[in-house]
Design a protein around this ligand. Sequence first.
Ligand SMILES: Nc1nc2c(c(=O)[nH]1)N[C@H]1C(S)=C(S)[C@@H](COP(=O)(O)OP(=O)(O)OC[C@H]3O[C@@H](n4cnc5c(N)ncnc54)[C@H](O)[C@@H]3O)O[C@H]1N2
Ligand code: MOO
Length: 410
Amino acid sequence: MNDSATLLPEEEARSRILALCAPLPTEWLALDDALGRVLAEDVAAQRTLPPWDNSAMDGYAVRSADLTGPLPTRLTVGETVYAGATPARALEPGVCARIMTGAPLPEGADAVVMRERTRPAGNNGADQVEILEAVTPGHFVRPRGEDAREGQVLLEGGTPLGIPELGLLWGQGRQSAPVHRAPRVAILSTGDELCHVDEPPQGRIVDTNAPSLALAVRRAGGIPTLLGIARDTRDSVGAALSRADGFDVVITSAGVSVGERDYVKEVLAAMGVEQHLWRVAIKPGKPLVVGRRGATLFFGLPGNPTSSLVTFELFVRPALRRLLGHAPRAPGRVPGRLEGRLSKPVGLSHFVRVTAAWREGSLWARPLATQTSGVLRSAAAATHLLHFPREASSLDEGDAVELLPLSWVA
Ligand SMILES: Nc1nc2c(c(=O)[nH]1)N[C@H]1C(S)=C(S)[C@@H](COP(=O)(O)OP(=O)(O)OC[C@H]3O[C@@H](n4cnc5c(N)ncnc54)[C@H](O)[C@@H]3O)O[C@H]1N2
Ligand code: MOO
């Protein structure tokens, strides 16, 4: 049976998910802990930075009008201004000041000549310098307020805090910032065949999805909690999910396909979770189910290890980022070219595990040999997912392709 016509396109599934997400409430966080968080409100500057016009180079602060005659021009050095010092006097015509990078410009100076464009010219005990080039006003001057102006918005609400943004905030004398809270994410594995890593297997396999998803959650900026392993019964899945109250997001692994013991959808429905989608036209990851109850989002990810990671990447990660306050966006894509050939039936978008490397001006993507969803080995070697569009059936050597950089790589 070809049921692909009833499956949701990838983009439609993501828009439905993002429509269920809004940035979480505000908390104040120490800047040391705020990397990757998103500002929840505008932050105004409380200090003007730099506080004064200052030199961008080690050299000589000059009056540019003194350098309009023939070069070199000889000037008297009135004083030396170091960073952290205050100039003693204003520059008279024909006088300059030796100045260090970051030191305030003396009054009257409007430009800086870097030291390499000068020559010492002291004679008769006078401190003089020969200036070898003419400069225009503002040359190598870092103007007051270039980085921040007191009272003006320094960073807008919605700005993700990277390292330079935190530097701007520290520069204001701030030690904390209002950011959107990080999503608290519960993770539940389901399956009779699973055991914990520290248990004797006795015919079972280790639950690798839950700890992997916990790392993916943490890398996406969420706070993971493991709820353990539920067995393939309604009661066990229900009991485990009843412990998921108070979380922003609940992720389950496995039990979402059409198997006789795939109870996740049924249990979610019985708990009052409204189902917003089930089954997306992608491979791997088709049986994904998404629902919401109150403010909690539920993602039922397929059990195959690569399917769970790929659906996390395509759908859960964008949702977590939205909850953190980032703009609602699909995972980034970069242009690449296919090394080799690919073919498939139409109907599902395939996300092919590839290793991509830069060569001759293009990012060349080489599909890994094994693409089955149960295999983690090729997820481990992959650097990107190659998007093989739903209605395409073949891609040839050198074809232009879209590549999604993977957030799970080391
Ligand atoms: N008749 C159909 N059968 C299947 C379909 C379908 O459309 N029709 N879809 C297939 C696809 S695609 C996927 S993906 C899987 C997803 O099934 P479930 O989400 O119900 O997952 P399970 O069947 O329980 O497990 C699949 C596979 O993954 C292993 N697994 C499960 N949990 C873990 C874990 N925590 N750590 C490691 N490995 C895990 C499990 O042992 C199975 O091998 O359904 C197909 N079937
Ligand atoms: O989602 Mo399944 O991933 O295609 O094996």
